[in-house]
Structure formats: C-alpha cells, structure tokens
Write a protein that binds this ligand. Structure first.
Ligand code: PYC
Length: 402
C-alpha cells in the first residue's frame, strides 16, 4: 500500500577507499555542491557530515531568502540564488515551500534612509526589484506594525524587496540529499573529518571517524566550523566564529505577510506558514562555538519586537536556539581554490547569510570543480581578496544590525 511505504530519502552506504571529490559538511552547501556535481556527471563524490544532515547552520538559520545586498558583486550572486530557489521545488521534485512574501528593511533615522537608498539604486542597476517606500505604503503592507511618531524610534521609511521571502530549510536539505543520492553520491551522516592529508602541494586524503579515504578534491563547506576544518589542512582562515540566536513563538492567525528587518532595533521577524513567528537578532558580540541560547537575547529581542508590534505582548515563546556563524572581515563569503594547495576548495565565511546562497554556491562551486575554471559570479569572493586589497564590503546589507 503506497501510503504505508517509508522509502529512505538517501541510502546508508559503506565508505569507499577513494572519491574524486570529498565534501566536508552535510548542510545545504555541501549537498548542493554534490547534487550539481552529479548532474554534470561527477558522481564519485562523498558528503561527510559529523552529525545528522542539516543539523548545523542549515537547520538553525531563520530561512530568509533575499538578494537586496549592497555591492554589485553581492547582488548578482544572491540574485542567482533567488532565481534557483524559485524553481527548486520543480527541479528537485520536492516542495521546499518558498513563499516570496516580500522583505522590508525599516529605516528609523535619516542616515539609515540614505543607506537604503544606495542599496535600492544598486539593486535596480543589477535588475533586482527593490525600492524605498514611505509610511503610507508600509502601513498598507504591514497594518499591524506600529508606525506612530510616538515610538522610541519611529519608522520613517523602508527598503521593500518583493522577491524576498522565507523557505522550509529542512526540505531544501532533504531534497538536495535525496537527489544527490539518486545520482550516485555517497551521503554519509555521522562521519566526521578529523584530518586532511597533503602530498606534493595537493590534498590527497581525508581521515574520518570511519576510516581514511583518498580524495582528488576536498571541499570545506562546514560553515561555523570552517576554521577548524581548514586547520586540518594547515590553513588559517580570516574568520571569527560567533553564535547567532533566534526564537519561535506559538502559532498565531496569519497576520504578517512580509519579512520585517529593523537594524536600529536589532531584530527581524517573519511568520511561518504554520503561523509561528520566527524572531532573531544580531550575532552575539563575543567569539564562541557555543550553541546555547541565552535569556538576555530573548529579553532584548522580545522587547524590540514589541516596539514594532505592541499587540504581541501576550504571545508565548515556544523555544529558542543558537547556531554558529563564520564571520569574515568584509561580511562576504570566501569561495574557490586556496593558492598553494591544489584541490582544496573553500565554501566558507557564510556568516549570517549562508542558507540563502546554498543553490548558487552549490552550482558554481560544482562548475569550478568540474571544469577547473572559476565562474565569474564567485570570482570576487576568492580568498586572495584579503591580500589583494579588493574586499567586498557587505556590512551594511549582509544581515541584521552589525
Ligand atoms: O541575511 O537576511 C539575512 C539574515 C536574516 C537573519 C540572519 N541573516
């Protein structure tokens, strides 16, 4: 009977002695790279995940998708990801529940309006739908938000980005894993990389908790743990590691049909299809690998949420959590080869903006591995930018409020 079948989404596989490509990290990035590699015929691929698939940043982010960045390089890159997300349910044959409800970044000061105007202009130049709107249009979009002039920080304007939205992040991870597995990729949860071997200037092997494997190419797609994995290959990354916290409320009748981000109030809010509010803030100010959540975060984020939505004061919180973010100095990711270590590919530095980039990073890094040529869309993000004086400064638009 079809309704009683519980087919596994991916097979349990033995470790082979050798893979052409070993991807460390079984989140959206690692699995997307594997899927797009397999689509190009590169199927002798392993994805190593130390825990369960999607149990790191992919399962802990707040699933916001957008491309309203600040730099032309960032906008172009994330726009390609939004477009891939738009057809992902069809491409992978699995509903990833991408709801393009729109994304609204509020401005509470004159200087914030100037910043949003710059972003809107860059977005428009790159063909991305973003514009600055005033209080009347904001009220129409979000009637429940407090736009009164008596608020502590009154809302003066907002950057409206209609293609932005939210997605079911677990579904994205599972769908990439299922399709990669179908194409012959070895998806290996509970298999931790504990060493990376090098030989004559190239990567040659990966030691895992299940034994050693030989590897032609090794990809570091481990988000918050990318510095520790890079160290296995003897590389120091320009990355600091910070927790990022979030919480979710009890489900409410749908009332919020837009993602709301306020940098001034250090808070962002969206409502899931199930009615829960997902609320987050900026990264914790200290470096740490801890994924414990804290009461000060909950208190301050709840207080700031109430400044925007006073009617939520009786709403109950269901749970809170934290993830680990790999922050770079310019708030842009690091993608591509590492000079001097042939076959070692970075897909790291994802800070608080990694999930939204999963499809484009996956597709373009797969292309790099399969062809040996760096696709132009990821070229600006190479690690060499840190000593070539060409940073891609995204601090103004990368996340909430840094
Ligand atoms: O970049 O949109 C974003 C984001 C939201 C929460 C964390 N990062």
């Amino acid at each position: 009977m079809w309704w009683m079948r519980h087919d596994r989404m991916w097979k349990t596989r033995e470790l082979k002695d050798r893979y052409d490509v070993v991807i460390i990290g079984g989140g959206v990035h690692g699995l997307a790279i594997a899927y797009y590699l397999a689509k190009q015929g590169v199927t002798n691929v392993a994805v190593l995940e130390k825990g369960y698939l999607g149990g790191g940043a992919s399962g802990r982010n707040t699933a916001i998708i957008r491309s309203n960045y600040r730099t032309p390089e960032g906008v172009t890159f994330y726009d390609e990801s939004v477009k891939l997300y738009e057809s992902l349910s069809i491409d992978l044959g699995y509903n990833v529940f991408f709801s393009q409800i729109g994304h609204l970044t509020t401005a509470h000061t004159e200087s914030a309006i100037t910043g949003l105007r710059v972003r809107a202009e860059v977005n428009k130049l790159m063909g991305v739908d973003s514009r600055v709107i005033g209080p009347a249009e904001i009220t129409e979009l979000v009637p429940s938000m407090d736009l009164s002039p008596h608020a502590r920080y009154p809302i003066l304007a907002a950057l409206y980005h209609p293609p932005g939205g939210i997605i079911r992040h677990d579904a994205v991870v599972w769908a990439y894993a299922r399709e990669a597995d179908k194409l012959g990729v070895s998806v290996l949860p509970f298999t931790e990389a504990i060493g990376i071997g090098r030989n004559n200037g190239s990567v040659s092997s990966v030691q895992t908790t299940r034994g050693e494997i030989k590897a032609g190419t090794v990809v570091n797609a481990t988000a918050g743990f990318c510095s520790t994995v890079a160290k296995l290959a003897g590389i120091e990354l320009p990355v600091t590691t910070h927790p990022l916290q979030a919480f979710v409320t009890e489900p409410l009748t749908p009332f919020l049909n837009c993602v709301i981000v306020s940098s001034t109030l250090h808070v962002y809010i969206s409502q899931t299809d199930r009615g829960e509010l997902v609320i987050g803030s900026e990264i914790d100010p200290y470096t740490s690998y801890s994924s414990r959540s804290t009461l000060p975060f909950l208190e301050s984020s709840a207080a700031h949420t109430l400044e925007l939505f006073p009617s939520l004061r009786h709403v109950k919180v269901l749970r809170q959590w934290a993830g680990i973010c790999d922050m770079t100095p310019d708030y842009s990711p690091i993608m591509g080869e590492v000079p001097g270590i042939k076959g070692f590919i970075l897909d790291v530095g994802w800070g608080t903006y990694g999930f939204k980039a999963g499809p484009v990073a996956g597709k373009r890094i797969a292309e790099l591995i399969a062809t040996g040529k760096t696709p132009s869309v990821i070229e600006p993000f190479s690690i060499t930018r840190f000593w070539e004086d060409r940073l891609v400064g995204e601090k103004a638009a990368a996340a909430v409020s840094h």
